[in-house]
Ligand binder design. Structure first.
Ligand code: M6R
Length: 613
């Protein structure tokens, strides 16, 4: 989605802003622009397409007063909503009197009525965007005090925003504000870097201030002030960002997705670190803290999430019902928020999100909280909005995920759900022996993952044989049914191949009609309670000429006789199988995308963090 970087300080601002934008590229965008305050006024440049196009358009040969040096500036990557991705619709937008510049993430829902109001007042517009309406509105209220004008304008606005604004006649002032779209202020030595994502900040400083909804800041070279958008002063704590620059660089890999797939053994070891006490035979979850009694007493769990996190939630449904014996439902956040959900006493809502900023998940969480649910976050991005708004939570600690296709977060989410289910179960029904067995199995997972990943090149070779097939099926049962869904999502989102994931038994209720000779059908077919039944489903596909690609347990000789291709995973207990079986499917999707020359890390139309509805 859209990205913001803004700077107040004394570094060479243009390269700094462009570098910041590049750090946000992974979030998805289709045009970009920047505004630098120079001695001769604002230098604004915008371009459709990649940041490199913007870079090429920037006239860095300007001299004298117009030289592209300045101590204040802001830049933006736009992901088109209102109007196509053209230069004219790209940010920054100036007001119609060229006094105020604005970059904005989010959506101004009442932009049409505001536009009409402003048109009647004699203002005019040059783009199709909702952002320009806000820029003109700020300009309309501007009387020499930018912060005041922003406050007055925001009073009229319905919708979401993370924004940064500059005024020509206040050349040392940057005003930023947020509601529903993240904004972080990096606090360096004599410099401030504001961004919608910490990835654009960490190379300058790890000290940050997270703005909450309806908060804003006025930043000048000598310092910054924070207040609500109603002008009530607020004191903000300075936090430390957990990740380093190295973690958000490619480190020799061709793509972030591949790096993140291969990072999983390490990432899962980090996720488990300090949480599994083998000596005492217990699970330690510090993030639950004061709420641990309420968590154990929960009578019903509602998991709410989107996309891959929703698939992890489906695995969670098995875990919480199987291990903790708590009735659990998994809800698409986008549906949950607009239903009239029943939240009884004893309901615990788990919001699962890698980014912690997904608009639908956040809205579902707020809905559940308003109705009295205890809320827990299972989040990767430390300090993100969901992490801050839940009553308690457990971070994934799998490190930043840059590739748009979520991989290591999925496994981290399952590990955290497992640990939470175990810690509840042990305080209710689970014997120490059963818990010990589970803990012994979970700590082996990182090494077992390494073994699975060794098959990457043979997965590539098999994928290459079917790369021209436009329809794939992914089937699994029990704990591996969500893995089948996840395998299909991975393939379609980065290689643009149509793929459907299903519980294997559902196939004969319709999708079996799709199977024709040569169609690739991926079965997640590890040994477990439903293995025999799954073999039956394999035969049904074979009988119709489908090609079977199986993910199976090591040592399963039989599967080699029925499947055309087999990738193996080491034996583990059934609830943990998804952590291994998903890996070949992630690699399959990755190789398919590379073989089809797709942009793996920035697939078309997609954004890393979906901060609009
Ligand atoms: O940041 P979140 O985990 O809340 O994101 C949820 C989905 O947008 C995300 O998982 C999406 O489906 C990914 N592109 C899947 O790879």
């Amino acid at each position: 989605m859209c990205g913001i970087v803004a700077y107040v300080g004394n570094k060479d601002i243009c390269p700094l802003l462009l570098e910041g934008l590049k750090r946000l590229e992974y979030r998805g965008y289709d045009s970009a622009g920047l505004c630098v305050g120079t001695k001769a006024g604002f230098y604004v440049k915008r371009a459709a397409g990649r940041i490199s196009v913007l870079e090429a358009a920037i006239d860095d040969k300007m001299h004298g007063d117009k030289a592209l040096v300045g101590n204040i500036g802001m830049a933006h990557t736009r992901w088109a909503t209102h109007g196509p991705p053209t230069e004219c619709n790209a940010h920054p937008h100036m007001d119609d009197q060229q006094r105020v510049a604005l970059v904005h993430n989010g959506i101004i829902e009442n932009f049409a009525s505001l536009k009409q109001f402003l048109t009647e007042k004699g203002h005019h517009f040059s783009s199709e965007t909702d952002t320009e309406v806000l820029a003109v509105l700020i300009g309309h209220f501007y009387q020499g005090d930018l912060a005041k004008a922003v406050q007055l304008a925001l009073r009229e606005v319905r919708g979401t925003y993370g924004l940064a604004a500059m005024a020509v006649s206040e050349p040392d002032t940057l005003v930023v504000a947020r509601r529903g779209s993240p904004l972080i202020i990096g606090v360096g030595k004599d410099e401030y870097i504001v961004a919608s994502d910490a990835a654009a900040i960490v190379e300058h400083t790890t000290q940050v201030v997270y703005l909450n909804d309806n908060e804003m800041a006025v930043i000048r070279p000598g310092g910054f002030k924070t207040m609500t958008t109603d002008d009530i002063p607020v004191t903000k704590a300075i936090n430390e960002v957990e990740f380093s620059l190295q973690q958000i660089e490619l480190g020799g890999y061709e793509h972030f997705m591949l790096k993140e797939i291969f990072e999983q053994p390490e990432a899962i070891a980090n996720c488990l670190r300090g949480r599994v006490d083998l000596h005492e035979g217990r699970v330690v979850l510090g993030g639950i803290g004061a709420y641990s009694r309420d968590v154990v007493r929960a009578r019903r769990i509602i998991i709410t999430a989107c996309g891959t996190a929703w698939h992890a939630g489906l695995v969670g449904e098995f875990l919480f019902e199987d291990l903790a014996k708590i009735p659990t439902e998994v809800e698409y956040a986008s549906e949950f928020r607009y239903r009239n959900p029943i939240i009884e006493e004893g309901t615990m809502v788990l919001a699962i999100s890698q980014s912690g900023e997904t608009a639908d998940t956040l809205a579902a969480l707020r809905e559940a909280k308003d109705r009295g649910a205890l809320s827990l976050g299972i989040v990767n991005a430390v300090g993100s909005t969901i992490a801050r708004e839940t009553d308690a939570g457990i971070y994934l600690h799998v490190g930043p995920e840059i590739g748009v296709a979520s991989t290591k977060a999925f496994c981290g989410q399952i590990v955290v759900e497992s640990l939470l289910a175990l810690s509840i179960a042990r305080r209710k029904y689970m014997s120490q022996n059963v818990l010990n067995e589970f803990l012994q199995a979970i700590i082996k997972i990182p090494d077992q993952m390494r073994k699975v990943l060794e098959q990457s090149s043979s997965i590539r070779d098999v994928t290459a044989q079917y790369i021209h097939r436009e329809n794939w099926l992914f089937l699994g049962r029990g704990y591996n049914y969500p893995v089948a869904l996840e395998g299909a999502l991975k393939l379609k989102e980065i290689s643009y191949i149509h793929a459907e994931g299903l519980p294997a038994a559902e196939m004969k209720h319709g999708p079996i009609a799709l199977i024709n000779p040569g169609m690739p059908v991926v079965f997640v077919a590890t040994r477990g309670s439903q293995y025999e039944k799954l073999l039956g489903n394999i035969q049904e596909v074979k009988a119709r000429g489908g090609k079977i690609i199986a993910v199976a347990s090591e040592g399963d000789d039989y599967i080699h006789r029925v499947a055309d291709h087999v990738f193996t995973v080491p034996e583990t207990i059934e609830p943990l199988q998804p952590l291994l079986t998903v890996l070949p499917l992630q690699l399959l999707a990755y190789h398919a995308a590379v073989l089809r020359n797709c942009n793996v890390d920035k697939p078309r139309n997609l954004a890393k963090s979906v901060t609009v509805e």
